[in-house]
Design a protein around this ligand. Structure first.
Ligand SMILES: [Ca+2]
Ligand SMILES: [Ca+2]
Ligand SMILES: [Ca+2]
Ligand SMILES: [Ca+2]
Length: 424
């Protein structure tokens, strides 16, 4: 609790005179009675809904904090898409704000449910600034014929996603999140499950710069007839776009994991397995020849290819990867292990059923075989794995702690898990 409180306080840093709005009515959806009076209250009863809090925070100049109660489901029911003042349909954000909760553990996180809304959940309007979502679930948002089923991020913003679970959100593009040009997205410790898009990006469409760390991306759907992917990184017409994915697991998506189209993609210490067709695809868009950097990562079990890079893609020799096939992305260096079985265990969940991942089995070639440089700035491996376990651990008990390839660092003090974990 202390740690979470501290992190919220840190998030508040810079919010010089932040107002705090405590949501205390979640079963009904109402607007604020008088946005700008400094009080979050609906027309009757003196209650504060999430919608009223967002309207009040927008109207009050400067960053504010909206706290949701634990163990609650916020049901958004006031329909009316295409409106941008937060009064109907999606909750439109036009001023810096933190939205989340102090509670832990994760099963007590509040859920924001858009199933009766017929709209996405949040719309961060252009030039809002810094918006943070923390410790919350967003489910059943829908942006039909539009983009970003849970969150649409307009241009010129910075959005921080910290411990957020996105599930069953749908859109034409970007099932859960759509990031517009000239905006920045930082995702940490989050989960994207079962989101769907018609045209592009079952989980996300990114036209700005995104850093995704310690995140699980699985079972997302895309119904595009050509390339179908969970995460689409497109070429920005203004500014730059690109994805850095770290310490994350991308699996069981239909059909590919990540598609960079004219945009740079960097993958570090991640595990990309068992998506239907491809793990990663990088292609030029017109004359734009993107960079593809993959380091300390594990690829396996794809029917078409673990990783495909178009002819003009600049594949940077970052290396120390393992691939079960002979993909073009991994030809450059002797440090890559190709046509090698990573010997991962079945899908595991952590204690709180938050992250899902594949752990290296005993005798797995990914254990203690990543870049030999200890974590730090520069070329080495990442400082923590997907679960927050410190790297490097001496997973093969040879007295030399070295990082593992992939999202998960095998703990050095584990002698046995259970019989099902032993992948020889
Ligand atoms: Ca008010
Ligand atoms: Ca405000
Ligand atoms: Ca709206
Ligand atoms: Ca290790």
């Amino acid at each position: 609790m202390k740690k979470l409180f501290l992190s919220l306080l840190l998030l508040m840093h810079g919010f010089v005179s932040a107002a705090i709005f405590q949501v205390n009515l979640t079963v009904q959806d109402h607007v604020d009675d008088n946005p700008g009076d400094g009080v979050c209250d609906i027309p009757t009863g003196g209650f504060c809904t999430l919608r009223a809090a967002v309207m009040e925070a927008n109207a009050l100049p400067g960053g504010d904090i909206i706290i949701l109660p634990g163990n609650s489901t916020v049901r958004l029911t006031i329909t009316g898409s295409g409106e941008n003042a937060g009064a109907t349909g999606d909750l439109d954000i036009s001023d810096p704000v933190v939205i989340g909760t102090f509670v832990e553990p994760t099963e007590d996180f509040p859920t924001i449910d858009g199933s009766l809304l017929n709209d996405r959940i949040f719309h961060v309007l252009s030039s809002t600034g810094v918006v943070t979502f923390v410790n919350v679930r967003m489910v059943n948002g829908s942006a039909d014929f539009s983009s970003g089923g849970a969150i649409n991020i307009g241009i010129d913003n910075q959005v921080e996603i910290n411990r957020v679970w996105f599930e069953d959100n749908t859109a034409d593009t970007g099932g859960a999140i759509y990031l517009n040009e000239l905006s920045e997205l930082n995702v940490i410790d989050s989960v994207f499950k079962g989101n769907a898009a018609v045209s592009q990006g079952g989980a996300m469409v990114l036209y700005g710069n995104a850093d995704i760390d310690k995140t699980t991306i699985f079972e997302n759907l895309n119904f595009n007839g050509e390339v179908e992917e969970a995460v689409y990184v497109g070429l920005a017409q203004f500014g730059t776009s690109g994805l850095t994915l770290r310490n994350s697991t991308v699996f069981n998506n239909s059909n590919s994991g990540i598609f960079g189209f004219g945009a740079d993609v960097s993958i570090r210490n991640s595990t990309i397995v068992n998506n239907n067709e491809r793990g990663v695809l990088s292609n030029p868009d017109g004359n734009q020849n993107p960079e593809l950097r993959i380091r300390n990562s594990v690829f396996s079990q794809h029917s078409v290819s673990n990783c495909s890079a178009g002819m003009a893609v600049d594949v940077i020799a970052d290396n120390w990867n393992l691939s079960s096939d002979e993909s073009t992305c991994f030809e450059l260096s002797s440090t890559n292990l190709t046509e090698t079985d990573p010997k991962l265990t079945g899908i595991k969940s952590d204690q709180e059923n938050w992250h899902s991942y594949y752990r290296p089995g005993f005798y797995s070639p990914v254990v203690d075989s990543a870049h030999p440089t200890t974590p730090g700035p520069g070329i080495g491996c990442e400082a923590e794995d997907q679960r927050g376990v410190a790297r490097a651990q001496d997973g093969n008990h040879d007295g030399n702690a070295r990082c593992d390839r992939g999202a998960i660092e095998l703990l050095e003090d584990v002698i046995f898990y259970d019989d099902f974990d032993i992948a020889y």
